[in-house]
Design a protein around this ligand. Sequence first.
Ligand code: AMP
Length: 417
Amino acid sequence: MRDLEPEEFAGIELIRARFLETARIFDFSMMEPSPIESLATMEAKSGPAIRDEIYLFRDKGDREVALRFDFTVGLTRYVASKKSLRMPVKLATFGSVFRYDEPQKGRYRHFHQWNVEVYGQTDVESEAEVIEFTARLFEALGLVVTIDISHRKLVESRIAASFGSADSVLVADVLRAIDKTAKKSRSEILREFTARGYDAARLEEVLDFSSVVGTPMEVAERADVSELEAWDHIVDLFYALESRGVGNARVNLAVVRGLDYYSGTVMEVFGADPAIGALAGGGRYDGLAQAFGHTDFGAVGVAGGVERILLAMREMKAVPQPEISAVSVLYTERAVRGDAVRLVSALRRAGLPVSLDLAGRSLKKQMTAASRSRFAVIVGPAEIRKGKVVLRDMKKRTERPVTAEELQRTLLHLLRT
Ligand code: AMP
């Protein structure tokens, strides 16, 4: 697992701040589910196959437990266990998750996710709510993204119609073929699946269908969707998005979101560079509450990968430099270091971000280190005798002597405006 160095950390904090602000605007309540779950809880979502992808261990009480690999499982377990909660419940969370992935660019074993979930609603409006949230958050981060939307039942009913069977193993297998189109060529997929006995013409029909992308109207012109299950739902969802002013969503029938627990609408968010992978993903997963012994209460959510979003922001040059102290206090010689320390302490108590050389370096070296600060304050014996210090504006390259009170007042005024 990685260490988060200052630059990365500052980027994560920036995204966290934008996320908290957007969650507040959209009336989501922040919480954090437990970092460790029992294996049984983890498996409720994706079955035993999840064992290969998580950090799984026996604790000192000989219980099989695992580090959380997302927030959806913990939040849903929490909501299912709190029978007194008044639905709908809107929860948001931000933090670390852990996956036993093979590390590579944009894929880590320890990374951060932001996550919003709406529980207790099964209609289009709760889906539109999390999609609008996603659109606004990316806007606030200065990233241009596309939100690709599909519906599991729509694609599943196309598979059933093409193959003349709704057998769950067959449907899951063909969904897997669609899922592979993002990474493999069509001929590779056809070769692999015909070798396993699948009919090439039927498979091609489904792959043609899944390659359709556009507005609902464009999709309806290019694919025979009106008779398929859930098409009306997609149309309603896009009306809801239009009235919420979300203009960057489109239908993309290739989105199936792995083979997880999704039961309805599914979505994936991509930035300008598809090589980074999906920046966020989500959908409706109404069945999960039942796995926790609760009646189905309806659930829809979106989770975003913070480090991937940061990669996309860096490519767009949308990440500001890590913040450095706006004020640097310098001392010309050791004899006045005590005066400098007292001044720094007073400025910090007034809430000003101030840096001070701790290593006793020469004034020249202190000046070099201070070059990125907005202001430098120079403490020297001649000025101290007059009860003053020198305030230097590093941008305008001007300087003037000021008293300690004047300094504090001026800096508070200049840095707040
Ligand atoms: P998921 O829970 O798999 O739907 O993931 C939600 C989002 O988390 C994805 O869209 C990615 O942006 C991000 N993500 C998933 N796996 C990783 C990983 N191993 N490393 C970094 N980000 C990831």
